[in-house]
Design a binder for this molecule. Structure first.
Ligand code: ADP
Ligand code: MG
Ligand code: MG
Length: 254
């Protein structure tokens, strides 16, 4: 059974004033098909976890491990991580000037599968997924993330998720900046991917709102670079009512 395992992960980030420790011993295990919500106040290190797993060069793993099926993800190139079945949707996706959505998707699919997709099926799959996400067909010819609105960026991420069919997806604040209708469309896309491929999901979110549409199996609360509390979906409800106040003492307000 595919399993994403994070063990005692310590990560620091390079800043202008030197190295700053951010993650201070994160442990988390996610099985195939499970949805894990990672919640927590701003600055608690949620995006740092996503960037680290993505292999962003600014984030240094001081100790600990991240494995997929026992394979050391952190030792892999960024491409190899994607081929191993990992998908990352970043909080702030980058623009790729001169590369259209269509070409980007095809190139990514080819790189991940090791062969280019059969053209007829592929075109049909892209059309179907775009329609599911209520995306205008002309969107396919735009350059990746160039001038995309917040909602378009998020839909584009979910379009990739549907078409690339990863085994584990890490979605960082996929809910941010979405109105209720767009949130539903995006959440439906994640749920479709979960149903069709038994996708495992780490759903990073500050707010509980998206968890009304994507039910987590487990909730982990990040505070000051560590998992401060864990539970089931009821923990998200509690956070919805109480916020993060009880986690924020004078020493860890970040
Ligand atoms: P979250 O996603 O939970 O809001 P982040 O992982 O973005 O938290 O940030 C955690 C802490 O690390 C914050 O104090 C933030 O300022 C700091 N940090 C993260 N990335 C960088 C960076 N590239 N340069 C400087 N500080 C950073
Ligand atoms: Mg933040
Ligand atoms: Mg963040």
């Amino acid at each position: 059974m595919p399993v994403l395992q994070i063990k005692d992960l310590h990560v620091s980030v390079e800043t202008e004033n030197g190295t700053k420790p951010i993650l201070k011993g994160v442990d988390l295990t996610a099985q195939d098909g499970e949805t894990h919500a990672i919640m927590g106040p701003n600055g608690s290190g949620k995006s740092t976890l996503a960037y680290t797993i993505a292999g962003h060069p600014k984030y240094h793993v001081e100790s600990g491990s991240v494995t997929l099926d026992g394979e050391d993800l952190l030792a892999m190139t960024v491409d190899a991580r994607a081929r191993a079945g990992l998908f990352l949707a970043m909080q702030y996706p980058v623009e790729i000037p001169g590369v259209t959505v269509t070409n980007f998707l095809r190139t990514a699919k080819t790189a991940i599968d090791g062969e280019s997709p059969a053209i007829r099926h592929w075109i049909k799959d892209v059309k179907t997924s775009m329609a599911n996400l209520r995306m205008d067909p002309s969107f396919a010819e735009r350059n990746v993330n160039e001038g995309f609105s917040g909602g378009e960026k998020k839909r584009h991420e979910i379009l990739q998720l549907e078409l690339l069919k990863p085994r584990f997806a890490i979605l960082d604040e996929t809910d941010s900046g979405l109105d209720v209708d767009a949130l539903r469309i995006v959440a439906d896309g994640v749920n479709r991917a979960k149903a069709s491929t038994n996708l495992g999901v780490l759903l990073i979110t500050h707010y509980t709102r998206i968890l009304r549409y994507i039910t987590p199996d487990f909730v982990h609360v990040f505070v000051d670079g560590r998992v401060a509390e864990e539970g089931g979906p009821e923990l998200a409800e509690r956070l919805e009512n109480e916020g993060y106040d009880r986690f924020l003492t004078a020493t860890n307000v970040g």
